[in-house]
Design a protein. Structure first.
Length: 62
């Protein structure tokens, strides 16, 4: 028998479906924009900027 409960397997399938849907949406957005979206640390910096254009790092400095 499986050591994993059914709910865990269902969760894994749901998570995989979410990852696939996210990848499709990201590819669609990148295609529309004409360039790749930032990844990793670059993406964090891009998302952390507010309407004033300052990053989280700049705001912490004072």
């Amino acid at each position: 028998m499986d050591d994993e409960p059914k709910s865990s397997q269902a969760g894994e399938r749901a998570a995989e479906g979410l990852r696939e849907a996210t990848a499709k949406e990201e590819a669609k957005t990148e295609s529309k924009m004409g360039h790749d979206l930032a990844k990793g640390a670059d993406r964090f910096e891009e998302r952390s900027k507010s309407s004033d254009g300052r990053s989280a790092k700049e705001k912490q400095k004072g």
